[in-house]
Design a protein around this ligand. Structure first.
Ligand code: ADP
Length: 560
């Protein structure tokens, strides 16, 4: 039964179509289905949960109903999501409670799956890789501990979202910007640990991170870098400190529970320009990428510019049905009509320039001159004073204002009373026009074969591009959900054969993705699991995360 845990209302709302805070039949069913950790008896589990209740308090242990349903993956690319169902969720209030939880988990060998705000939608949400795990939800550790305007950094806890941090900077009138990812409701720590990215000059979140506090599986609390000086002054300023540097070890990993993190913030510029350049033809992509690379490597464009395909650009402007309502991928003729009627490009480059108004004006001219070499390129630019706010979602992200622009894709299809979902295929692409065209052709053809539109684009970061393709589908149990999962697997296999790897993956494909990094018979994964066993001998922290399994659960690898 629901224990009345005060789970974040927004998450519960997003997770369940039927969730109105009351228990429905389906939810009660989910509770009886809630799996136990492998090898654990009902009595052992009951004892562990009772111990957790004494640590965090009864209201902060979710055992079922609507509250626990919110920890399942609403976007599961499967006909049902039982494979990733948690058995309970805990909401500790502080580091001491986390350490006490770890003592119980180690003694009873309870697998814990750590999330900060659990909004990792399209990659699994708050759901664990190993069914029966207990979700360790850190949303109650939500303090913004410090912000320094002069040196431009913040120190935050896991429950702090991009919306929270942005609002805090505004309330205090600080001349600092956050770098929001496409969905501002997620946490700064969760996104950074997943190596998410945004759209300003601080778009590489892992690179802008500096300093961490981590609780290890044995309960030890570590501060990395300069944070290890008891009276330190530079924890959030200089990442390495003295000796080996560990911060990166805790990104996309299951080696510890991150309870504090420093991040660098962008000093608010005095002015900025947001430019959009439209390109008419599909094969312009190669020239766009090659031109953009030159502009980024020279420092003219110093942020993460985005190249959106026509369909992704159209979502949010009008529904798909206006041009095509049939089965399968949108035919070329319909895409051409959409492009014409919405007056958008086949590819649409979105970039920003920050700084003194006259300097960025010169840079804008440099950018437009460079792209004038692509026949038919159409340039537009909007100029803003530093304190002005743009209106559109994409523009707002580039102005350091969190939005929920990623969700506009769910308005693209008519769900006929149901709800939409998506999973993302995210291969890394060299910033070379030939690679971009090759990846695009590969993904578009395979997506069409499985009945999906090419809803995608590239985020450019100098030497590499993040190619992100979203397979959009009606939520399970609709058969298209499982087809999206099959498509993702096929795409990963295609990409691997062509020499490309993904930078992130949904729970369903973590093992498959890890296996593709196979140099020297999987030496990288062997190293990761050697470290895992040393740091977490009972294997209690997020088993299976990113394909890294502790010895205790290694037999669970699979589902590929
Ligand atoms: P979001 O910020 O989008 O809500 P999540 O909280 O879902 O992101 O976190 C994404 C993933 O990052 C989680 O599935 C987990 O693997 C990892 N993670 C998140 N927060 C922590 C943390 N505080 N410590 C360790 N790993 C974490």
């Amino acid at each position: 039964m629901t224990r009345g845990a005060p789970v974040d209302a927004k998450r519960a709302q997003a997770a369940s179509a039927t969730d109105a805070g009351t228990e429905t039949e389906a939810e009660t069913e989910k509770e009886t289905e809630a799996p136990r950790p492998p090898g654990m008896s009902a009595a052992q589990l009951a004892r562990a949960l009772a111990a957790f209740e004494t640590i965090v308090g009864i209201p902060y242990v979710c055992r079922g109903g609507a509250a626990l349903a919110a920890y399942r993956d609403p976007f599961a690319p499967l006909s049902n999501d039982a494979m990733f169902a948690p058995c309970a969720a805990l909401l500790p209030a502080n580091v001491d409670e986390i350490r006490a939880i770890l003592r119980v988990a180690n003694a009873a060998r309870v697998p814990l799956w750590t999330v900060s705000t659990g909004r990792n939608f399209a990659y699994g949400g708050a759901a664990p890789r190993l069914a029966g795990s207990v979700v360790l939800d850190l949303q109650r550790l939500n303090r913004i501990l410090d912000v320094d305007e002069r040196l431009a950094w913040a120190l935050v806890e896991p429950g702090v979202s991009y919306f929270d941090l942005h609002a805090h900077l505004r309330e205090r009138g600080l001349a600092l910007w956050v770098d929001p990812p496409a969905s501002g409701w997620g946490s700064v720590i969760g996104n950074t640990l997943e190596r998410g990215f945004g759209y300003t000059a601080y778009g590489d979140h892992a690179a802008s991170q500096c300093g961490m506090e981590i609780v290890l599986a044995n309960g030890d609390v570590v501060r990395t870098g300069m944070g290890a000086l008891d009276t330190g002054t530079a924890w959030t300023l200089y990442k390495p400190g003295h000796g080996p540097s560990f911060d990166a070890l805790f990104t996309q990993s299951n080696y510890g529970i991150v309870t504090k993190m420093g991040l660098w913030l962008m000093p608010a510029p005095s002015a900025y320009v947001i430019g959009e350049i439209q390109f008419a033809r599909e094969d312009d992509l190669g020239a766009i990428v090659d031109t953009l690379r030159g502009l980024q490597l020279s420092g003219t464009i110093a942020q993460h510019a985005v190249i959106e395909g026509a369909i992704r650009r159209a979502a949010g402007l009008a529904p798909r049905a206006r041009w095509y309502d049939g089965e399968g991928a949108m035919p070329e003729a319909a895409v051409a009509r959409l492009q014409r009627e919405l007056d958008i490009g086949r590819w649409n480059l979105h970039y920003a320039l920050y700084g003194e108004a006259d300097v960025i004006e010169l840079q804008r001219r440099t950018v437009e001159r460079a792209f004038a070499a692509v026949p038919g390129a159409r340039c537009a630019a909007r100029r803003y004073a530093g304190n002005e706010e743009p209106q559109g979602g994409g523009d707002r992200n580039m102005a350091g204002i969190p939005s929920m622009s990623a969700f506009r894709m769910l308005d693209w299809l008519d769900w006929l009373g149901g709800e939409g979902a998506h999973v993302d295929f995210s291969p890394l692409c060299p910033a070379d026009g030939r690679d971009a065209l090759r990846q695009y052709a590969l993904v578009k053809a395979r997506a069409a074969e499985y009945g999906f539109d090419y809803y995608g684009g590239f985020t450019a970061a100098g030497r590499h591009l993040h190619h992100v393709f979203a397979a959009i589908f009606p939520r399970a149990p609709h058969p298209q959900a499982a087809r999206a999962g099959d498509l993702l697997r096929a795409l990963m296999s295609d990409a691997r054969a062509a020499g490309y790897g993904v930078y992130r993956s949904h729970l369903l494909y973590m093992d498959y993705a890890a296996a593709q990094y196979s140099f020297n018979d999987g030496a990288l994964l062997r190293l990761a699991e050697t470290v895992k066993d040393a740091l977490d001998p009972q294997g209690v922290l997020s088993p299976g995360k990113q394909g890294v399994w502790p010895a205790a659960w290694r037999g669970q690898r699979g589902y590929t």
